[in-house]
Design a binder for this molecule. Structure first.
Ligand SMILES: *[C@@H]1O[C@H](CO)[C@@H](O)[C@H](O)[C@H]1NC(C)=O
Length: 375
């Protein structure tokens, strides 16, 4: 009697436990079976799990000539009190000031975990000169590229943005397989980006720590990117650097919706013409639509992985030349010596990072948890 009863109960609970989901996953830390509503990836950062989070190791500057050197070093990324910290530091602290203007940095290593992860834009090897110094800031960029990628789902990241002039934190998703070709044809999902300046204004509007943004990048090639039609901002007079907030994404076969603390900031629900029509690319018949064989959500109908980083500066205009800041922006975006100009202005921006207070907590992107659920 007893074995039969147990069997019936087990069957019943199994039946209730797993409704198939439209969400698909891959990676070493992806569940074998995806049940509707189930938590399919999570990290509370009680320890720093490098099986989940691969460090990028590169001088590439994110394609925007950003000023940081991403490395795997516990000065720049660590778990402490259950919080992941991504903390910038000065490259000079490790190599000395003379090295910045004359040293040769080859960051390619022999161990699997030491490989340079992005050779583009002189990302693996650079030589410093007085006009073109080596990347002056060390920081970290972590990704789940091997451990977890997913298509459709619900994401929530509880995090506190860093404060400090010209810091550029980001929590975002990139396509795992570039199913529609290279950037931005396969898309990019920016859950949250902000700027660390505590009182920076553009045309009178605070665009520093009081602003957080979500964006989609998509288009047939880099010069044709429809991000401006899928870009949203939310202001918070208290600053996103003073408290933890929950940054959320719901991504379905019909729409993408971004929220902060359960309040929607923006959404895209493309029609049958998909992102080609939504981006306005259909007005030019001479451009080939890379998504023509995909669903209406293409390129956002393929698997993406998670990235978290703190970048610094860059010349792409994320920090516009026209801003007012208590201490002026030390580089022009058109400058061929932007990193040097930035470094020469360190007496202005370095004090705002407060690296010597609380182990640089203010300038750190702090993450309490990352959670992903299946639809
Ligand atoms: C990590 O960074 C610190 C601070 O820049 C530096 O002193 C140290 O040498 C680095 N460690 C390694 C293993 O590179």
């Amino acid at each position: 009697m007893l074995p039969i009863l147990t069997g019936v109960l087990a069957l019943a609970s199994l039946g209730a436990a797993c409704t198939p989901s439209v969400t698909t996953v891959s990676g070493t830390h992806a569940p074998a079976t995806v049940c509707s509503g189930a938590l399919i990836f999570a990290d509370d950062f009680n320890e720093f799990d490098l099986e989940k989070w691969q460090h990028e190791n590169t001088l590439a500057g994110g394609g925007n000539w950003e000023f940081q050197y991403y490395n795997n070093n516990r000065t720049n990324s660590f778990s402490k009190n259950g919080l992941l910290h991504i903390r910038p530091s000065l490259t000079e602290d490790q190599f000395g000031s003379h090295f910045m203007t004359s040293g040769h940095l080859n960051i390619e290593g022999g161990a699997p975990a030491d490989r340079c992860t992005n050779p583009q834009w002189w990302g693996c090897e650079r030589t410093g000169s007085p006009t073109n110094i080596l990347n002056p800031i060390k920081s970290a960029r972590l990704r789940t590229v091997n451990s977890f990628s997913f298509r459709y789902g619900r994401v929530e990241v509880r995090a506190k943005m860093p404060a400090g002039d010209w810091l550029w934190p980001a929590i975002w998703l990139m396509p795992a397989y570039n199913s529609y070709g290279t950037w931005p044809a396969s898309g990019e999902i920016d859950l949250v980006e902000s700027r660390g300046n505590r009182d920076m204004r553009l045309n009178g509007v605070h665009i520093g720590t009081q602003e957080a943004g979500s964006t989609l990048h998509y288009g047939p090639y880099p010069a044709l990117n429809g991000w401006e039609r899928a870009h949203w901002l939310r202001r918070n007079p208290a600053g996103y650097d003073t408290q933890f907030h929950r940054y959320q994404l719901i991504w379905t076969p019909d729409f993408l919706r971004f929220s902060i603390d359960d309040v929607e900031i923006g959404r895209v629900m493309p029609g049958s013409g998909g992102f080609w029509e939504f981006g306005g690319f259909n007005s030019n018949p001479n451009i080939e639509n890379p998504w023509r064989y995909g669903s209406k959500m293409a390129p956002f109908d393929q698997k993406f992985y998670i990235i978290m980083n703190v970048a610094v500066g860059g010349t792409n205009g994320f920090f516009p030349d026209g801003v007012t800041n208590p201490r002026p922006k030390p580089w022009w975006n058109g400058s061929p010596t932007a990193a040097t100009d930035f470094w020469n202005g360190r007496n202005d921006w370095l004090p705002t990072w407060k690296l010597n207070v609380n182990d640089g907590e203010d300038a750190s992107l702090q993450v309490d948890y990352v959670r992903v659920w299946a639809l």
